[in-house]
Design a protein around this ligand. Structure first.
Ligand code: 5GP
Ligand code: ZN
Length: 136
């Protein structure tokens, strides 16, 4: 995917601030961080969304999340960390190459979620549970 920014980063055609690199995964600093130390973890292979990835390859990428969170916490002394993975424009995915955001959080920072949680009407939770389970 020659025109993909993140493929170009993985292949070294676009410079990036590398945090870790192995045969399957690459992590680097986000160029427009929500806070200093905001890291992006990506697969070396181009997949647009996470559902396109084979599970074992996704595991080989995601296994780095705990150590990245630990390193970001230690380096920034933040109060918390969000691990975010956006799929599709509606979910705020702007770069169509799978990536995991590791974002340092601070008390009183300016990053807010609007999280309009609802509750299920009687019986609906079981219907939804069955609908999802059917697809495994
Ligand atoms: P998304 O909204 O797709 O989940 O997030 C894409 C992220 O990629 C954004 O946070 C953006 O700042 C970051 N980004 C976009 N282009 C570049 C780039 O060329 N280099 C780096 N390091 N980060 C980028
Ligand atoms: Zn790509």
């Amino acid at each position: 995917m020659a025109e993909c920014i993140f493929c170009n980063i993985v292949e070294g055609r676009i410079p990036s601030a590398e945090i870790l690199s192995d045969e399957t995964a690459y992590a680097f600093l986000d160029i427009n961080p929500l806070a200093e130390g905001h890291v992006l973890l990506i697969p070396r292979t181009h997949y647009e969304t996470i559902d396109e990835m084979p599970g074992d390859e996704a595991s080989r990428v995601m296994k780095h999340v705990p150590s990245l969170v630990k390193a970001v916490q230690a380096a920034t002394d933040c109060d918390g960390v969000n691990v975010l993975q956006n799929n599709g424009r509606t979910a705020h995915q702007l770069i169509p190459h799978v990536h995991v955001h590791i974002i340092p959080r601070y008390e009183q920072d300016e990053f807010h979620f609007n999280w309009p949680a609802e509750s299920y009407p009687e019986g609906r939770m079981e219907e939804v549970q069955n609908k999802i389970r059917k697809h495994f």
